[in-house]
Design a protein around this ligand. Structure first.
Ligand SMILES: [Mn+2]
Length: 368
């Protein structure tokens, strides 16, 4: 797949932002080993590569499987082929512009020890190694136009599949029949693959937030929770809906409405400048006030990007302050052991003055 003009422009923008971060942190270059970061900065779509970005230089090291592909996909990068990365890396670094006696940042959370050891050789040529954290990861929190296009397309695929799947769901099917149908539908609509393992959980099984679809038979009167996403051009969507097989009873209605109200309130609070943990509190307080506080154990949402769980999001432990261009999932849930569970999840883009709900699938409590 040749690199299109939009992606080429996006890569230029990402490199410019990264270089200004390097200048801020007085680094002459950075070694990027985390694959999602490598793909983000270079446009490479393969499984293995290492990037080095300097003040004017950008190098991508690949093994022979990927030389042709990298030359095609990563126009702004010099492509270097290696047999053993630990042998090639120190030599390549020494050749990078300005690295004769410079400081090289590396990703402390993602550099294999064997590669770190090979880098220590480069100390002999007066290169100092500086451990960094989240330089590229933090750039990735704010999506550019190319990324948003891919995310929106992925969301359109999962939205379409939710609607198509509804007519197929009926008592007597197994959870995994529904999961297979969802995955097939997403591929048919252009997804390169499911963005993560599809969750379909019926009745009491839905009390497990991350249940695996199995042989359980769907029965009339059960709630059915489905959490799935499409991957499109390496970006995911993430959608959860809970439906009822037949008419919901009073408790099912009450739990569903509590989750929905919590979700709508939280979405309403999303705007630039608010802390991720405060958005989480809005939903959590609502669920607690309804008496279900102890049944909402997980965080309200996560950053959605090249990875499905793509960095800190909306939770009590998140350090994040929302900024325009971030994409967050908003997914409160109530999970009652022995009874079942409800989760409702949308993907939301933080805008200049609030947010835009990117997910369009209905949130009405459907009785199938
Ligand atoms: Mn999610």
């Amino acid at each position: 797949m040749a690199q299109n003009a939009d992606l080429g422009m996006a890569i230029e923008g990402r490199l410019a932002k990264l270089r200004s971060k390097l200048a801020e942190q007085r680094l002459d270059a950075i070694l990027i080993t985390m694959m999602d970061n490598v793909r983000y900065i270079s446009g490479f779509t393969g499984s293995t590569a290492t990037a080095i970005v300097g003040k004017s230089d950008a190098v991508l090291l690949v093994d022979p499987r990927y030389t042709t592909q990298a030359n095609d996909e990563c126009r702004g990068f010099r492509i270097v082929e290696y047999r053993r990365v630990t042998e090639r890396l120190p030599r390549v670094i020494a050749e990078v512009e300005g690295m004769k006696a410079g400081s090289l940042g590396f990703e402390a959370d993602y550099l294999p020890y064997s590669e770190y050891k090979s880098l220590e050789e480069s100390r002999r040529s007066n290169i100092s190694l500086v451990d960094t954290q989240r330089i590229v990861d933090d750039l990735r929190l704010i999506k550019d136009a190319q990324e948003l296009d891919a995310i929106k397309y992925a969301i359109a695929i999962s939205d379409a599949c939710f609607e198509e799947i509804l007519v197929q769901i009926k008592p007597g099917l197994m959870e995994r029949d529904v999961a297979i149908a969802i995955d097939f539908c997403m591929r048919k609509h252009g997804a390169s693959k499911p963005a993560f393992d599809t969750i379909v959980a019926a009745g009491p099984h839905a009390a497990l937030p991350h249940a695996q679809p199995g042989d359980r038979i769907l029965e009339r009167g059960q709630l059915l929770k489905m959490d799935f996403g499409a991957e499109y051009q390496q970006y995911p969507s993430d959608l959860t809906r809970t439906v009822c097989l037949g008419q919901p009873d009073a408790k099912q209605r009450e739990v569903y409405n509590t989750v929905l109200e919590a979700q709508l309130k939280a979405i309403d609070a999303i705007r630039p400048g608010i802390a991720g943990k405060d958005v989480d509190s809005v939903a959590r307080d609502h669920i607690a006030a309804a008496g279900y506080g102890k049944y909402f154990g997980h965080g309200l949402g996560h950053s959605l990007g090249r990875g499905v769980h793509d960095g800190p999001g909306l939770s009590q432990t998140s350090p994040i302050i929302l900024e325009p261009g971030m994409v967050m999932t908003v997914e409160p849930g109530i999970y009652i052991p022995g009874w079942g569970g409800v989760r409702i999840e949308d993907d939301v883009l933080v805008t200049d003055d609030g947010c835009e709900i990117l997910t369009k699938a209905t949130k009405e409590l459907l009785a199938l």
